[in-house]
Design a protein around this ligand. Sequence first.
Ligand SMILES: *Cc1c(COP(=O)(O)O)cnc(C)c1O
Length: 374
Amino acid sequence: MCQKGRAWIELSRENLAHNVRELQRILPKHTAMMPAIKANAYGHGAALVGKALQDMGISDFCVATVQEGIELRLAGITGQILVLGYTHPSQFNELAHYNLVQTVIDYPYAQVLNDYGKALPVHVGIDTGMRRLGERSDAIEKIRAIWSFPHLKITGVYSHLCVSDGTTAEERAFTQLQIKRFRSVVDALHKSGISGFKTHIQSSYGILNDYEPSFDYARTGIALYGVLSRPNDRVRAAADLRPVLSLKARVECVKTLSPGEAAGYGRAFTAASERTIAVVSIGYADGIPRNGSQTRYALLHGQKVPIVGRICMDQLFIDVTGIPNVAPGDEAVLIGSSGIQQISASDLAEQSGTISNEILSRLGSRLERIEVRA
Ligand SMILES: *Cc1c(COP(=O)(O)O)cnc(C)c1O
């Protein structure tokens, strides 16, 4: 514990293992989890999380970039690593060297990958309606033609849902349409005698909202980390997910403001009455968004305390008036629990006008990541 410095992240391997079990319980037996550990495992620390998951028996992972894949290989991840995003041809040798599986973004990109001239393992992306990556699901001839490139070793075909977190009839119908389009591509390939590839389409909300899940993999991101994107999201599956990450920082100093005195940049917080404020050693460079509502709070000594004034690059202010014995070195909680109080990543996200995925994935590299029990 002595390595905890000014601001740090605590990770619960127990909660991670619990979430793995919960998600595996919801998924059918033949569907394997393919954790999304891109963006430094949503800020949790890719090497730590990847190795913990590997120890739990998981062997397939997905990331966004080649560099993220290399980091996992260097950390000792031995299974399949799928790169979901774009890789520039100058990095194709790294794909090959580190045995990473590249996504075929569309038909023209298949040509570019093939032009590398050496065998590359790939999964073919299918665009079933998101209009982001993947060859269009209605371009079945082009999709089929991807199998004729001699250097592409196609081991998977996948798509991505874009409104599986929605609960309206329209959104559910669109998700079902995406799944139907995906199935018809898979069927058409099978009918052409093309087989031997794995299939996947669901990510967290696709699992939690009970869509027909009978594919080979499920790419689990945010749910694996034990949080939903928004605090008030409702999902169909009864999943008991537990947050893996807590975010804490030290009180650096405590000050008394007289009525009318102001604190911080822009003198944005003015004490209406005598106030005690604490300066906490975490700021926007660590991933606490500078913009946010006036209702943001942190936890200190088991109590909710308002975050006041402008968030600085390396510090923020909390109003601790009335809380006894606040002293330098005390732990302030930005995400996590203190006594009976709790603040989730999605609470902080909502107070900052975003979703937990963004808050977590932007947690700064200078935060220490420490494994804790429970
Ligand atoms: C990020 C990502 C995921 C994981 O999404 P979650 O909603 O966090 O589970 C899955 N698939 C693709 C293509 C992604 O980009």
